[in-house]
Design a protein around this ligand. Sequence first.
Ligand SMILES: [Zn+2]
Length: 216
Amino acid sequence: MNILIMGGPGAGKGTMSEKIVEEYKINHISTGDIFRSEIGKQTELGMKAKGYMDQGLLVPDEVTNAMVKSYLEMLDNKNGFLLDGYPRTIDQAKAFDEMSKGTSLVIDKVLALDISLDELTARVTGRRLCRGCSEIYHVTNKPSQKEGICDKCGGELYQRKDDTVESLKVRLEEYRTSTMPVLEYYRKQGLVSVIDASQSIEDVWNDTRKALEAEV
Ligand SMILES: [Zn+2]
């Protein structure tokens, strides 16, 4: 099974990805991993990508697309993959379709984790980090024993500057606007399941499993 997962800020994409990979024994593949691997192995494509990155330029789609394909073809685990962070644009999605046609790399399902602004706000604005050890707390879901003080190291807890309602609203809007064309593209192919990520982790996971196990 080949899955594409999409999810905005605070939607819990990392948590769901871990569960999916464990349950279905598939490869978790993020574009970051692919770039690191190709550049590390100094493949021709990797070196090309590095050339652009070193100049502070965006890596062109044709290089990224080719790198993703070659990386996926090299995988030992043939159960499938969970793609994370790619395709990011409709051009990349079309190119990937073109490349994967008739191969084992065709995308079977697209999961879109969606969260309401209210729930996102509750999750993120309650977050507190430790200055000493970077442990993460939450004022209601995971409070420290003494307010403002880390249980682990006694360090001071603080709130990240960009964890405010205003900036969250902007980040959520940006995410929705940029992913909408890609989602629309896959929706026309009947591949998209929208998951309500405002629910508890358990319920999100149940919905995710149902979506993945339903016949297309
Ligand atoms: Zn600490």
